[in-house]
Design a protein. Structure first.
Length: 113
């Protein structure tokens, strides 16, 4: 779980990130990024039932991404992030899932090398 200051938890903030945020895509994820004045990143991860009907699988995907982001939170640009997991990500192994997210974050310049 993210530290309280790193959570994008309020519905209003999530909607703002979705509406005004810049989108970055790959076949497995969509990241909506909204630059803010806060000196740190705030994150939310969305995994819909279209990804998997089983809550266990959806929660597994969220746990994997949260763990990676939590460990590397200092390397992300400050702002609000809404990470949307696409159905094709459910077929990936744990390592592959994180690697695909890293590739997206680095190619979109949201994460420092």
């Amino acid at each position: 779980m993210f530290a309280k200051k790193n959570r994008l938890a309020k519905t209003r903030d999530v909607k703002t990130a979705f509406e005004r945020g810049r989108g970055f895509f790959n076949p497995f994820f969509t990241v909506k990024y909204l630059k803010t004045t806060k000196p740190f990143g705030r994150f939310t991860i969305v995994v819909s039932t279209k990804v998997s009907k089983k809550a266990v699988e959806r929660n597994r995907l969220k746990r994997l991404l949260r763990d990676f982001i939590r460990r590397n939170i200092g390397s992300f640009a400050p702002g609000d992030y809404a990470v949307i997991v696409k159905p094709s990500a459910a077929k990936l192994q744990s390592k592959e899932l994180v690697q695909k997210f890293v590739v997206l974050a680095k190619t979109s310049k949201l994460q420092k090398l």
